[in-house]
Design a protein around this ligand. Sequence first.
Ligand code: CU
Length: 99
Amino acid sequence: MIGPATRVPPIPAGRWYALCVRPPREDPMARLTLKVTGMTCGHCQKRVETALSQVPGVFAAVVDLQDGVAEVDYDDDAATIEELTAAVARAGYAAALDG
Ligand SMILES: [Cu+2]
């Protein structure tokens, strides 16, 4: 049950930017496709997806087992391509930039 005590006080005008280190970017999202080799089954696919999802800055990672590609949505201010490929390598597979 939500009572009066849990109500959040209104944020004074102008306060938001005072709390931010920098104004939010319009669209922090970058999309990247990696060619992943070494996957043989659904478990491999899940492992690669999990490895990529756990990299700070990654919003979503979808791996296509048949095509051997991983599509990653991430904040390119927070994560680098090297960090993404390294995460896949640590999971036991090889990843390279597609195209
Ligand atoms: Cu497998």
